[in-house]
Structures are given as C-alpha cells and as structure tokens.
Design a protein around this ligand. Structure first.
Ligand code: ADP
Ligand code: MG
Length: 684
C-alpha cells in the first residue's frame, strides 16, 4: 500500500477549499503562494462566491469537483469545517489539512467540535493535519508546492521541518533569505488532533529525499511511542528537536522523593539524551545542526582545532568547546613545523592557530589543509573576521574547496555585502556560521548522533507480577505487598519483622535494632518521629515503642504495627527510584539518597528501558557514583549489586503498569560492602 503521507508531500492534485479572490485574505494568499512557487500538480479551487481565482477555475462546491484529490487543504470559516471534512471523506480523499483555527485552543465548544472531526477522520481512511495550522511545503522539483501563506520560495534541501506552532513556522519561513535554510519538507501541525510528530518521524525516516529530521515541539503527543521508535532501532537518521516550555511549571505533584524531583522538562532531557535524540536550545542551533548533518562529514571524535585571524572571536569559540563536551586538539610537532613556514612569526601555531589580521586566502587554505591532515584532529573551526586588507570571499571559498573526510566549519564575520556575493558566486554554497559560538553546538550534535546507542539490548516489559484487588490508584502498597514484590524482583531488602506492641515484649532480637512505626498516614517516617535508630536493649525498645504509641495517639494518627530491623552502620545512602511519567512512561532515578535527597540534588534520571551501558552511565554521571568507585584511596564498592538494584526497579516499573511511583530510600552501603534496602515505598 502506498504511504498516505506521500499524498501530503508528493500530491498530484491539490484542492484548496476556501480559496479566495480577496487579496490579503488567507484563502487568497495561500492560493497565490501555490501558484507563484510553481506547483507541478493540478490545482483545484473551491469557493461558492467566485468563478475564477488567479486564473484558475473555481468550483462552487466540492461535489462538483470530479478530478481525484490527493491533498485537500481547508481554509473555510470554522462553522463549515466539519461539513467540508465530511464531504472530503465521502469523496475518499485521504490527505486533509485543516488550516482553520478556533478549535481546542479556544475552549469547550471548540474542543467538542475538534472531537467530532477526529471521529469523522478515525472512521475513514483519511489522515488530518491540524486544525489551527499554517500549511505544508514540498520543495522537490517534481512537486514544488508552497501551500502556506508565506510568500517565500524555499530552496530544496534534505532537512524536513515540523512545527507545532504556526507562528514559529512562519518565522522560520520569513527568515529563509537570510538564514539560507533549505528544506525537503515543511509542515505545521497545529493542534495535532490526528497527525502528530510520531507520524512524521516514521514517514521521514523512510522518505528518500529527507536526511535530517527537525521539529519544533511544545508537547509530545505520545512520548513513550516516540521513544520506542528509537528503542526498537527504527530510526537511523539524525533527529533534532527544539522543545519549548523548559520552565518547570509543569512539575507534577507527587508524594515520593523521586516524583518530586522529576519535572517534565527534565524527563524530556533525560530521554533525548538516553536515546541519541538531539535537543537544540533554540531555532538557530536547530538549523545549524541540521546544516551540519546535511553538508559536512561526521566528525570522528571531539578533538577540535580553531584557526583564526582574530583573538576575540577565537576565544569565544574556545569557550564553547568545553560546554559542549569538546576539547582543543593537541597538534603534532610535525604539523606545527609545517605551520611555522606559513604563519606570521608573531602568530601562533598552537591551537588556536592565529594567522593575525594579515592572514591571506592562500594562508588560510594551506593552514586548514595541513591541520586537517593531523591525526590528532577530528574537526576544524575556521574563524574569519573581515579586516581592511583581506577580502572575505576568496578566504571562504578557498577553504570550501578543500575536499576532506574531516569537517571544516567556517565562522565568518564579514561586511554585509559579502552575503550577496557569496550566495551569487560560491561554487559549493556550503553553509557558513555567523557566530563564533555556533560550530561547537553543531559538532556536539553530530557526535551525539554518531555515538547514539544502536542495536543495544534493553530491558523490556514482561508479565505483571502485582496481584492487587480493586482500585488502588494513588494508594501505597502495604508492607506485605511490598515484601512480596521485593522478593519477586530480588531486591536486597534488610531483614524486617512486622510486630504488634505485645509481640515486641516476647520477641527475641539481635540488638542493636531500629524501630519504625507503620500506619497509613505515616509516610515520611523520620519527619514524624517514627524512626528510632540504634536501640540497644529490650527495655529501651519497649520504652520507645510505648512513647510512639502515645505520641501518635495524641495526634489521632493510627499506628498499625512496628517494623524491627537490624541497625546497620551506613557508609553511603543511595536512592533508587522509579515513577511513571504521563508522557514518556516508566522512568528510573539513581543518586545520593537519605533524608536530604531533595537538597543534595545529586541524581540522574533515565527511561526504564535501560541497557547495561545506560546503567553504567547513570552511576558515572552522579557524584556519589564516582565516590562509590573509590576516591581518597578507598576501595570501590561492589557495583554489581547496585546495578542489580537499578535493573530490578526498572523491570518492576516496566512490568507493573499499576505502579506509579517507587522509592528505595535509602539503599544503604555498609562498611562491609553490603548493600541493603531499609525503606521501600511503592505507590499505585
Ligand atoms: P523515612 O524515609 O520514612 O523517614 P527511613 O526508613 O528511610 O524512613 O529511615 C530514615 C533514615 O534512618 C534513613 O535515611 C537512614 O539513614 C536511617 N535508617 C533507617 N533504617 C535503618 C537501618 N535499618 N539501619 C541504619 N539506619 C537506618
Ligand atoms: Mg526513607
């Protein structure tokens, strides 16, 4: 079967429902854009009030259109949108874009109308983009369709761009003549009532004209499905995303430590990092990274040389390296000797290589070539600020001519005339960068893709092991249930006795012990004086237990029973936790634990679809992880057990979708290198 999205991006006929003859109206401007850009397919216009628009015949109603419609774009007033969609579906049109706004984004009535539209679509073979979007562009010569109302003529490239926001989409299109961004496809998806980023991810992965996938998103429709494309190795092209809404207003209310630490933006960061999806901070970075993939070979590693004719910009470039995980390459002696023959005696042959303002086109080219041959170098950033005595164009073009397997990213800060000259006369037209800070971000993005996990074995969900009756949503599991689950997943739980007060009197204990109170309302125990450590004998135990009963009695809090555990000497307290993110599904956390976990802020979050390498990385990216491996002459802690605990919690979160939160805090590491969970909380 033909992919339905081919009808969106390679239509042989386009029907504009709500085309208009009134200049300035969206219906007119969009029609004009389609015409001016030179759409190669058949253009069909529908509007009851016009017979002809811009030289095209106009049909009064859809039913009068006899030609087959590949793609329909709807711009009618919102009260006619539903009817139009019903008509299109009846005509068996499969690709529909609803540009019209006034739906979910406007409140209850709009939301209801949108739901009715989705129902129409779901009951048909059609797919719908929008509503509340600004159209679609396909730049391929065999299509040439600009079905938006931005009258630009985008050049054909290999980057596909999807924007959730229409305004951002328009802003990008408005900037094309200045930014030299080139597209294969552009699409604005608005309210994402049906088609979402997930569909485009899947489509562009297999589209032969697209090499780089870029997105501006404000939300993920179904984050867990999105990351599954990566987990299942279905995506082999670079994916770069700007995700708006970095502030943490969306932090979900949660009662456990893990939940409280996890804000939605941190989750986005975490999963993108884990699965090799590139997150750009802004649109400038997004398109620079895309240009990097499209036009330069992948750097093999992170060793960078900066070549410059001016100190200041080079300093700014060097400052960005470290932030992006890059290092200044150490040039070989041989390279330096060769450079010495070319570089001005007062210039520098160390990295950054400084040719001084007199550095000519010939010198720039030779120096770039020599440096690129050094085996200690993975990438070059050549920075040129146009001085009075050297023209920019020959310098830039000379370096463009170097044909190498290593990328050379050129930053150019020229007089304004340069840009037109470059666009007109450059043979390769390779992208240039305007800010000294730009290339480091590009290199780091490209390396992220190069080093992404491919074909790794990951934990996968299997059968639920939780056996609970009734609706337990938002409730904690009982001590017994936690115990059973912990055994199922081989969590290293400390020996724990659950006893009533009178059983304390008769029980035999190996002192010292810890006494903890259990009750439905007793959650954060130490805050409520419900944990007493280091109890040395029976008398003390009874006395402390009695005091707890009285205390809770006074506060009208029910104390169900007591827990008795051996008192162990902890060397380190860790936290291993899990929570279910509403978008991305089960997440896992590891870090420094104990009572002060929120204040210490030494934790890392990953999706529970963990690989062994992920677990390794989780441990290594926390401070406590480094300490565990031995600092100040100490021996390393047995990491296998810690890794095992992380794996178990992840598996438990994957298997048991009823569980929303889980905390092991602390997982204690003793002086004897024993690893014991002394407090486990699990909530549905
Ligand atoms: P909560 O987190 O509800 O306050 P915990 O059971 O985690 O209660 O106990 C609080 C703190 O007491 C732990 O962070 C740990 O430092 C200490 N602790 C708890 N159980 C033991 C134990 N069996 N041995 C030694 N210390 C313990
Ligand atoms: Mg605790």
């Amino acid at each position: 079967m033909q992919n339905i999205f081919n009808k969106f991006f390679y239509p042989r006929s386009l029907c504009i429902v709500g085309a208009s003859s009134k200049p300035g109206s969206l219906g007119y401007e969009l029609t004009k854009c389609v015409k001016d850009y030179g759409f190669t397919g058949k253009l069909l216009l529908v509007n009851p009030k016009a017979e002809e628009i811009l030289g095209y015949k106009c049909y009064p109603t859809l039913s009068e259109v006899n030609d087959e419609i590949d793609l329909a774009i709807i711009m009618v007033p919102k009260q006619f949108a539903e009817g139009t969609i019903a008509d299109l579906v009846k005509k068996k049109v499969q690709a529909i874009i609803l540009v019209t706004a006034g739906f979910k984004e406007t409140g209850k009535d709009g939301e209801d109308a949108e739901k009715r539209i989705i129902k129409l679509i779901k009951n048909s073979d059609a797919r719908l983009v929008g509503p509340n979007c600004m159209g679609i562009i396909s730049t391929l010569p065999e299509v040439k369709m600009n079905a938006t109302f931005v009258a630009e003529k985008p050049e054909c490239g290999k980057t596909a761009f999807c924007s959730q926001s229409g305004a951002i989409g328009a802003a990008v299109l408005n900037s094309l003549r200045e930014t030299d961004i080139r597209f294969s496809h552009f699409i604005s998806i608005g309210n994402k009532a049906d088609v979402s980023e997930n569909d485009l991810l899947e489509y562009w992965q297999q589209d032969v004209n697209t090499e780089v996938l870029t997105f501006y998103l404000e939300s993920f429709n179904d984050g867990e499905s999105f990351i599954k494309y990566f987990i299942e190795d279905k995506i082999s092209k670079p994916v770069v995303i700007v995700k708006g809404g970095r502030t943490s207003s969306g932090i979900k209310a949660a009662s456990s430590h893990t939940g409280a630490l996890g804000s939605s933006d941190k989750v986005v960061d975490a999963v993108m990092n884990q699965f090799g999806i590139i997150r750009a901070d802004d649109l400038n970075d997004l398109f620079n990274i895309a240009k990097g993939f499209e036009n330069f070979p992948l750097p093999k590693g992170n060793r960078v040389v900066v070549i410059t004719n001016a100190g200041g910009p080079a300093i700014l470039t060097v400052d960005t390296l470290d932030k992006n995980g890059l290092v200044l390459a150490e040039l070989s002696e041989e390279t330096k000797l060769k450079l010495r023959e070319i570089v001005h005696p007062e210039g520098s042959v160390n990295n950054p290589v400084d040719l001084l303002p007199g550095g000519s086109a010939d010198q720039f080219k030779k120096v770039n070539k020599i440096v690129a041959l050094d085996k200690n170098v993975d990438a070059i950033i050549s920075v040129f600020v146009e001085p009075i005595m050297v023209k920019a164009f020959p310098v830039i073009e000379g370096i463009n001519e170097i044909d190498l397997s290593k990328p050379i990213f050129q930053v150019v800060m020229p007089l304004p005339e340069f840009w037109n000259e470059y666009r007109k006369n450059s043979k390769s037209g390779k992208p240039l960068f305007r800010n000294p800070e730009d290339p480091a971000v590009v290199i780091s993005g490209m390396l992220k893709f190069k080093n992404r996990p491919v074909k790794v074995k990951r934990l996968q969900p299997s059968k639920s092991k939780l056996n609970i009756a009734g609706d337990r949503k938002s409730k904690f599991l009982s001590h017994e249930e936690v115990k059973t689950l912990s055994e199922e997943y081989h969590l290293p739980v400390i020996e724990t006795h659950v006893l009533r007060f009178n059983e304390l009197e008769t029980g035999e204990f190996q002192f010292p012990v810890v006494l903890k109170a259990v009750g439905e309302k007793i959650v954060h125990k130490s805050e409520m004086n419900a944990v007493i450590l280091n109890i040395r004998n029976k008398d003390e135990l009874l006395q402390k237990a009695d005091k707890m009963i009285k205390n809770f009695g006074k506060q009208n809090i029910k104390l169900n029973s007591f827990l008795i555990q051996p008192f162990i000497r902890s060397k380190f307290e860790l936290i291993v936790g899990g929570f279910r993110d509403p978008g991305f599904g089960p997440m896992i956390m590891f870090g420094t634990g104990g009572k002060y976990v929120e204040y210490i802020q030494d934790s890392i979050m990953y999706s529970a679809y963990l690989s062994d390498e992920d677990i390794e990385k989780m441990i290594n990216s926390t401070k406590i992880g480094k300490i565990l491996q031995g600092v100040r002459g100490e021996a390393s802690v047995d990491l296998t057990k810690i890794k095992g605990a992380i794996k178990s919690v992840a598996q438990m979160m994957l298997d048991n979708t009823e569980i929303n939160e889980c905390d092991i805090n602390p997982l204690i590491v003793t002086d004897e290198n024993e690893i014991l969970a002394v407090d486990i909380r699990i909530k549905c």
